[in-house]
Design a protein around this ligand. Structure first.
Ligand code: GLN
Length: 453
């Protein structure tokens, strides 16, 4: 049924880059056989899921939504996807995304934009599903996949979840292995689940997380029983409301949903505490130095020799082949990030930009650690607005980057953070609330999110 739903929705949503109906059926058959044989079944037994096309899948094209990787079929499987298959999940297909996970609207994909299943009332203007995990959010929101994987470097699980009325959690940096995930900004990249509700996210995160010796930043810790630990009773818990997030001109619908969230958490027994995260205003510029810097280094490997596309003009030498391949294969946003990244890492500017950004990153982390001396979790909006129309921000990169203003601070600090649906704007579009927790306290984040649900 899900295979058919995926097929039927492809024209309207463009959520998938490739579909793998046979893989989904094979996984289901395997679970049936195990059940018949009385074998124990995994956490995800029989659940068909969409896989963001940033995860390497053995024998199935993996592109990061970039033409430079078109035709690349990995001979290996990412650790996270392997864990999901081991837990009994099956793959519906590889989900579209912003190219190399760079973007907030899915418009930078080399395989066409993803269209949100949502509309503003009778207005037929196509809306952005958010990004970069826009194929994941659109597929789950349209109910053509019960769940999907996402990755989050500066908000790419949380903002698309907010735009489409679903749930998504970015765990603590290091919880999920990055092995086999196409790298964007390695000190920030984290995988996580996107699903209809908090419980589904808890189940799926248990299947995805865990130590992996193949990733040097993977945390060697047991995976907690998050699903069993779910509890929406927040008596005795303190929730911080950071005053710096109440920015001038905050969208009225977003402000109202934040106030609603505060009231819901109070109803659940939590004490609300006004807190300050003084370096918040530097988070966005810090992120847009560090992320492109790491990206420019990570993307150096796409040279026309090792993977995917090769553009070899008649008589070209090696240098010219590199240039032609990268010119043809990378999209504009990816090129912009590479240029910014190489600039901030260049000898003359390294100290002024990159070193400075690393220092500010430490200050942002310290703000959070100080706040967590008093509060258990922090509540903010996920994004500064509801979903915007496709095309509205695609010509103005700074406008697009501003979308990440509430999500990047937790990324820079490596903290677990979740977006949950929190009602609709006056136009009838979904809004998300954002819960940030202490390092390794996914349980606290899930529980506060459950109370908001
Ligand atoms: N929108 C942010 C960016 O473009 C975040 C992307 C992400 O988390 N992968 O960098």
């Amino acid at each position: 049924a899900f295979n058919a739903a995926v097929e039927a929705a492809q024209g309207a949503l463009n959520a998938f880059i490739v579909t793998t109906p046979d893989a989904a059926l094979a996984a289901a058959a395997k679970v049936d056989a195990m059940r018949a044989a009385g074998q124990p079944l995994g956490k995800m037994a029989g659940v068909p899921i969409g896989m963001k096309d940033l995860f390497a899948t053995k024998g199935v094209q993996t592109t990061a939504a970039s033409k430079i990787l078109e035709g690349f079929v990995p001979p290996y499987e990412s650790t996270v996807s392997q864990k999901l298959w081991d837990a009994g999940a099956g793959m519906l297909g590889k989900l579209n995304l912003d190219q190399f996970a760079m973007g907030s609207s899915n418009e930078t994909s080399g395989f066409g934009k993803v269209i949100s299943p949502w509309r503003k009332g009778d207005d037929t203007t196509p809306l952005a599903p958010g990004g970069s995990s826009g194929g994941s959010s659109a597929a789950v929101a349209a109910r053509i996949a019960p769940a999907a994987t996402g990755t989050d470097t500066g908000g790419s699980i949380r903002q698309p979840a907010a735009f489409t009325g679903i749930s998504g959690i970015k765990p603590t940096y290091g919880r999920c292995s990055r092995w086999g995930v196409v790298a964007f900004a390695s000190s920030l990249d984290q995988a996580g689940p996107m699903a209809r509700d908090v419980r589904d996210c808890a189940i799926m995160l248990e299947a995805m997380a865990g130590f992996d010796p193949k990733d040097s930043t993977s945390l060697d810790l047991p995976v907690p029983a998050w699903e069993a630990g779910l509890n929406a009773d927040l008596r005795g818990k303190k929730v911080g409301i950071p005053r710096e997030y109440r920015v001038d001109g905050l969208d009225a619908d977003v402000a109202k949903s934040w106030d609603d969230g505060i009231a819901w958490l109070k109803d659940a027994g939590a004490e609300i505490v006004d807190i300050s995260l003084p370096h918040t205003k530097y988070a966005l510029p810090t992120y847009y130095i560090i992320a492109p810097a790491e990206a420019s280094s990570n993307l150096a490997r796409y040279d026309g020799v090792r993977y995917g596309l090769r553009d070899l003009p008649e008589g070209a030498n090696l240098q010219e082949m590199y240039a032609a391949t990268r010119a043809a294969g990378f999209g504009d946003e990816v090129k912009r990030r590479i240029l910014i990244g190489t600039y901030v890492l260049s000898a003359g500017f390294y100290d002024a930009y990159y070193t400075q950004a690393q220092k500010v990153r430490a200050l942002i982390s310290q703000d959070f650690m100080k706040a967590f001396e008093t509060v258990d979790v922090i509540l903010t909006p996920t994004a500064p607005s509801a979903a915007f129309p496709l095309g509205q921000k695609s010509t103005d990169p700074v406008e697009m980057y501003l979308n990440d203003v509430f999500s990047v601070p937790a990324s820079l600090a490596g903290l677990p953070a979740m977006s949950v649906p929190a009602g609709l704007s006056r136009d009838g579009l979904p809004l998300g609330l954002h819960v940030i927790g202490r390092p390794l306290d996914e349980q606290g984040v899930l529980n506060a999110s459950l109370a908001l649900e």
